[in-house]
Design a protein around this ligand. Structure first.
Ligand code: FE2
Length: 257
């Protein structure tokens, strides 16, 4: 089974580059399951029903979220009906939407889990380690895929070492910068951060001038989403459905010309 996981889709340019490449990548890598992180897809913060539906129409299997899950009020109108969307288990409000998506692929039970990191992330209500232990007991699956949405590479790497024998794929999201630590460790595919789909000339998807003004003068800025041609970032992970362990991970990064 091959899983294409696409990193944080940031605003209109991120959505555009995702839809531009997803079908070709499905064919090229013979992808079976597509997962995207959509927490920045609606103008950089949150997701709307319309955007979620566009992912469903593109046959995305699961949309994961993060600390901006509830940034658009629209989310409360559709999250409980969005059966292909999951939100981090360990952030408020806890009783809205789902944090785990399970489904069958060729008779194999797949579980996709969404958690928030706790290091440098003040929204996390609970350690992702404690939360994941509980979820593994609650949702027994053959193959477990985790989106750990967090700031710190160290926390994500530690999480991988702790869960690698029980989880087959752990990918980090949130920093928008694709890391070079992709590996398969004892049957668990891992990368600290998948990277983003978003404007290439930007500061992690945001307007460069506004970000610089904030950093140089502490001016209050809106952190407007940057426009222009975007980079596509993701990984393709192959999981052996007989041994139920990961066998490979390949980074994908397509930069604009
Ligand atoms: Fe985030």
């Amino acid at each position: 089974m091959k899983v294409l996981f696409v990193g944080d889709i940031v605003g209109a340019s991120g959505r555009e580059v995702f839809f531009q490449h997803v079908d070709a990548l499905r064919k090229q890598y013979q992808v079976d399951v597509v997962i995207v992180n959509g927490e920045n897809s609606a103008h950089g913060k949150g997701i709307t029903r319309k955007i979620y539906q566009s992912f469903v129409n593109a046959k995305v299997d699961v949309v994961t979220l993060g600390n901006h899950t509830f940034s658009k009020n629209d989310i409360f109108l559709f999250i409980d009906d969005a059966d292909r969307m999951i939100r981090p288990v360990n952030m408020e409000p806890l009783n809205v939407g789902q944090a785990v998506k399970t489904f069958y692929w060729n008779g194999v039970k797949i579980g996709v889990f969404n958690l928030l990191g706790k290091v440098f992330m003040d929204q996390a209500t609970e350690s992702p380690f404690v939360a994941m232990e509980r979820l593994l007991k609650q949702y027994p699956c053959d193959i477990h895929i985790v989106d750990l949405h967090g700031e710190a590479t160290s926390e994500k790497i530690a999480f991988m070492h702790y869960f690698k024998d029980r989880v087959e794929m752990i990918v980090g999201t949130h920093t928008h910068v694709q890391t070079a630590d992709d590996m398969v460790m004892d049957g668990c595919a891992f990368i600290s951060d998948v990277g983003m789909c978003g404007s290439y000339r930007s500061v992690i998807g945001r307007d460069i001038d506004e970000t610089l003004r904030k950093l140089l003068t502490n001016e209050k800025t809106r952190f407007t989403v940057a426009t222009g041609p975007a980079v596509f970032s993701g990984v393709v992970v192959e999981i052996d459905t007989d041994s139920k362990r990961a066998v490979s991970i390949e980074k994908i990064q397509i930069r604009p010309e």
